[in-house]
Design a protein around this ligand. Structure first.
Ligand code: EPU
Length: 335
């Protein structure tokens, strides 16, 4: 039997640490409990919460929050070169990375220290330091929220893109991911160290998966604020992708403009550079601020509300639009 808490504080359940209340809240540790929670019909809507590392509450929530707290990592298949691992949605992403490293399995080492849960990882196809989740994702299982029916999504079904998947598009809010299956590599590992900062941090160390993970953790610790100490949700905005013609025009005005080619028509520009160039690094309005080392990250210095952080984000978007004619898009989900 599940028990639903009423008027429950969400502050400790989101890494931004902003105050908000949910009309109903329940933490589920099994699929049966999840099925039962999905059947609750006294709430107008239901939202699924994982690690709360990608959501900004700007108001109280009138529905039921279901916090996914299922645990378990199991080896389901093994061959000469790789293994298939099933990970429960409620596992913390970084705990899974540590498990892979302990078992000498490669594929997720570049994604060390990303906050959040395993179940949330496919939704935005988490990525860092040259690797995205899709590269080792095999499939995921989910329940349809309205019927409780189990569904499986394979790699193609997920329609992965840059911080994008079907779960943010046509399937938005329709499913609860219950487990994710990853294909991980046995040694000898092929590591991916092409990302400039990663190569530098590794220095002349052998790029074993453990050393790559350590280098990633070192870079993240130096650049990104730890949500345990200062509220944040990682990158607040996505890196914008612009048509080549617009990029060329911008590059003419700003010859130092950093960029990555997406395809022959499009170029990705680091939002951090745009925000930095506008002088927002370390900027703050009350307790809502822009991180001093990575301006893509908005931070809660203590008492900021969701509305304060949202207002700061809008100010940044407006300034970026006025100077560069680029419309920044939030990566964080705003409620
Ligand atoms: N830059 C500046 N000023 C700064 C910081 C960065 O101009 O103060 C410019 C530099 O040109 C730098 C470029 O921005 O080369 C890129 O910076 P960085 O390598 O830190 O990566 P990012 O594009 O800003 C993305 C992800 C991060 C991920 C890193 C590393 C997005 C929205 N963000 O940031 O993901 O950790 O790459 O792979 O794609 C997250 O999603 O929460 C997240 C932290």
């Amino acid at each position: 039997m599940i028990s639903i808490a009423r008027n429950h504080p969400l502050q400790a359940h989101t890494t931004f640490g902003v105050p908000a209340f949910a009309a109903g809240f329940v933490s589920v540790s099994s699929l049966d409990e999840l099925q039962e929670a999905l059947k609750q019909d006294q709430f107008s809507e239901i939202k699924i919460l994982g690690g709360g590392s990608n959501m900004l509450w700007t108001q109280d929530y009138k529905g039921l929050i279901i916090h996914i707290n299922t645990k378990g990592i199991a080896l389901v298949e093994e061959n000469e070169n790789d293994v298939l691992v099933e990970v429960a949605a409620g596992e913390l992403w970084h705990d899974f990375v540590l498990w892979a490293l302990e078992n000498n399995l490669g594929g997720v080492e570049n994604l060390a220290l990303i906050p959040g849960s395993v179940g949330a990882a496919p939704i935005q196809n988490i990525g860092a330091y040259g690797v995205e989740l899709e590269s080792c994702f095999e499939r995921c299982t989910a329940l349809e929220k309205s019927t409780g029916k189990p569904v499986t999504f394979n790699q193609q079904d997920c329609q992965f893109g840059y911080r994008q998947s079907i779960f943010k598009a046509t399937a938005k809010d329709r499913y609860v991911i219950t487990a994710v299956y990853f294909r991980l590599n046995k040694p000898p590992h092929q590591t991916n160290i092409a990302y400039g900062a990663l190569e530098n941090a590794l220095g002349d160390k052998t790029p074993t998966i453990q050393n790559v993970a350590q280098a990633v953790m070192d870079i993240r610790a130096a650049k990104l604020p730890d949500p345990q100490h200062i509220g944040n949700c990682g990158s607040f905005f996505k890196n914008p992708v612009v048509p080549v013609a617009q990029f060329k025009e911008l590059q003419y005005r700003y010859p130092a403009l950093p960029h990555y080619t997406v395809d022959s028509n499009q170029v990705k520009i680091p939002a951090a550079w745009l925000i930095d160039t506008l002088g927002f690094k370390g900027y703050r309005e009350g307790d809502a601020g822009v991180h001093q080392h990575q301006p893509l990250v908005l931070v809660n210095h203590g008492q900021a509300s969701g509305k304060d952080l949202y207002a700061l984000a809008q100010k940044i978007k407006k300034a970026v639009w006025e100077r560069f004619e680029i419309a920044l898009m939030e990566e964080v989900n705003i409620f």
